[in-house]
Design a protein around this ligand. Structure first.
Ligand code: SF4
Length: 368
């Protein structure tokens, strides 16, 4: 199983890189983990325009002039975990709601009618509200209506992931939040999520279950972002070697205002975020890079074609929020409020194609 290298050492590794190391990484055709460390380093900051140009070149060559689009559907905000940074934390006195299967389908069809073909089903982690049977029932209802149905829910066993794959789920996202084991303990106060290793091993269970795509990432604003970026690189490198036929994506959720008192522990600027994205693109030319509506429209528009391959659009982070937008019980407030049509128009204006469908579940051979 994957073991995270010592987090303090990762931080030291990125900070010891020199300008020569950065230039070596920029000229390499196949980057090592040492090269990735150099590109994450403070020494790489003056090279940001060069990194952007190289990242753009690779992204265009590998993905063409396209940006994939998706929208999340929040199924439930019940959660048994106490994560200090999250509006859904069991501690927070918010209005809780779990959609019925019919309500979930209704939310999905609202997005379908808006033109979405790729949806991400999201929930808090509470097995008594959202379990494998519930997810399976929703997947079976949606599988023929959407090209791709991804999930971001509590970690499950390989067997349960396989059941969901057979029911039509195409991808699973599970973020480690922080690869710093000590910090992980401090911000995950109780609940199943406080088991660092079980969460770390989840992407491998997802891939073993046969899912087409696995998403990993870290929550930016908790730990040392440079070391987190390098840890993501180590994890991705390990997963690629073991599951060579699985597609991988990396997300970059930067902390947003949420219910509760929590303030980000680290400030990650837009420039830092861009460095992280460019470095990972240079390190892994085929990885999907996702920038969600957590980021503001200005930033997302500026990053088109420079590295990211997938954007969310028209997002609401409260369960049932598309049909009833009273703004209650959001996980966090979004930074880009534009609709699918508005985001698509900007993508076209920049000479790119907005892509709602890049997969059809009929390609997936299942025996359901
Ligand atoms: S981050 Fe996830 S697991 Fe933690 S409190 Fe929020 S919804 Fe629950």
């Amino acid at each position: 199983m994957f073991k995270t290298p010592d987090f303090i050492q990762l931080g030291k590794q990125v900070r010891s890189a020199t300008a020569e190391d950065v230039e070596h990484a920029l000229n390499a055709t196949r980057l090592s983990l040492d090269d990735l460390a150099a590109l994450m380093s403070p020494a790489a900051e003056p090279y940001l325009p060069k990194m952007a140009a190289r990242s753009s070149e690779i992204t265009l060559a590998r993905f063409g002039k396209t940006t994939q689009l998706y929208a999340p559907i929040y199924l439930s905000n019940y959660c048994t975990n106490r994560c200090v940074y999250c509006g859904f934390s069991a501690d927070n006195l918010i209005k809780r709601k779990c959609l019925t299967i019919e309500e979930a389908e209704k939310e999905a069809m609202i997005l379908h009618d808006r033109g979405f073909q790729h949806i991400l089903l999201v929930s808090g982690e509470a097995e008594n509200a959202v379990d494998v049977e519930y997810m399976e029932a929703i997947a079976l209802r949606l599988r023929d209506k959407f090209a791709a149905v991804s999930i971001e829910i509590q970690p499950m066993s390989t067997e349960h992931y396989h059941r969901l794959f057979l029911a039509g789920i195409t991808a699973v996202a599970v973020y480690q939040e922080t690869y710093d084991r000590n910090l992980y303990k401090k911000v995950h106060l109780s609940g199943k999520k406080s088991d660092y290793d079980y969460r770390l091993e989840t992407p491998a269970r997802v891939a073993e279950a046969g899912m087409r795509e696995v998403g990993i990432g870290a929550l930016l604003g908790l730990g040392d972002w440079r070391a987190e970026g390098l840890a993501i690189g180590y994890h991705l490198h390990w997963l690629r070697k073991k599951f060579w036929s699985t597609a991988f994506t990396v997300s970059f959720p930067r902390m947003r205002p949420a219910t509760g008192e929590f303030e980000p522990l680290e400030i990650v600027s837009e420039s830092n975020l861009s460095q992280l994205i460019f470095a990972l693109r240079l390190f892994d030319q085929d990885v999907g890079l996702i920038v969600s509506t957590r980021e503001e429209a200005r930033y997302r528009d500026g990053m088109l074609g420079l590295g990211p391959t997938r954007y969310s659009a028209g997002s609401c982070t409260a369960p049932g929020g598309y049909g009833n937008s009273d703004g209650d019980a959001e996980q966090f407030s979004v930074g880009d409020h534009r609709s699918l049509d508005e985001v698509s128009a900007i993508i076209r204006e920049k000479g790119f194609d907005p892509v709602c469908k890049d997969w059809d579940c009929r390609f997936q051979i299942t025996d359901y």
